[in-house]
Write a protein that binds this ligand. Sequence first.
Ligand SMILES: [Zn+2]
Length: 384
Amino acid sequence: MNARRGLFFAALAVVSSSGCAPTDEAAENPAEHSNDWEKAYEAPVSDPICSGIVLPDRANFGHHVALTFDDGPNLETTPKVLEVLKKHNAHAAFLLNGMRITSDAHKKLLGEMHAAGHILGNHTQHHLNAVTLSTTKLKDEIESTDKILFDLGLAPKYFRFPFGSSNCDTAKLARTYGYAITGWHVDSADWCFAAGQGVCKKSTFKYVPDEFRSDMGGYVLSQVESTKGGVVLFHDIHGNTANHLDVILGALEERGYSFVGLDDVAVFPKLNGASAPPAVWIGSTCKADADCSFDKTGFCLRAAADAASGVCSIPCAGYCPDQSGFAATFCATIEGATPSGACAQKAATENDTCNKLAGTHAATVDRFVGESTAKPATADVCLP
Ligand SMILES: [Zn+2]
């Protein structure tokens, strides 16, 4: 609950302190929007399809971080952020408000960002709360920024709802434009640190632990460590964020994190439309052949005919199929078994040298070549 409330307050304060609320028609009274924020943050995690905050990919980021920056561009602070990203060879995503793209200088900046490999996405024209808008108005909010970016040759693919506020209707509408909706896993609370000139005051945001009140880097690191990576939310319109970014990225690198784009299919397969990896695959625990129906030849490979359980396999000669997200497979010779060639996962990092595959142990086996043209080989595989 704390984390959610934390996110809620963080997001709310962005409106008041970060320039998320511009000086024109979108100028907002944060108190007016607190209900919208709350609703957005309380959207059920089990239904990420409609949420503006929850990403479809929830875990297994493998110490990969996608840096995202909202509410720009800003001619003063965005270039500072870009400089830091360049130093760390990091490609980020910038979710833009069309109303901020007001001059040739802004357009030139976006061109440079695109050329440098950064992703430019749509954060709507005026940063209004989507769920309060008529369909016509929301279309206009999406299309205006969409058009600006398309006219610049930027073909945006990612969309982020202002305040993370979305429902099933608004999410569906955004997707009709071909957008992938991206929320975030980690809120840097950079708005709070910016509001206090580097100190996030308890009265502004109570969920930042006291030890991190003057340490945005430490706070971000602690949050990223809790998810082992994922999408991190910043705002490139804060000088304070730009000033601290170098230290933050350095600290993440020191802890073994590396930076990826939102478009990294291996880290964010669902966000990028890849089908989810199957729940059952070669190496999964099974009690019966029927448990291995991911393939029509799937069967339950056992250590002995009367063993209570085994691991899923498929018959093979020479080769076996691989599946992203799983260790590579190997066509193993199983002495005295029928069939004598059976696919098994290789002992590898993905399965923690077989430790993650219940009921298996690593064994060195020869390839079953059979009638194939595969060359003889040996490998360590996970067998029951
Ligand atoms: Zn925003």
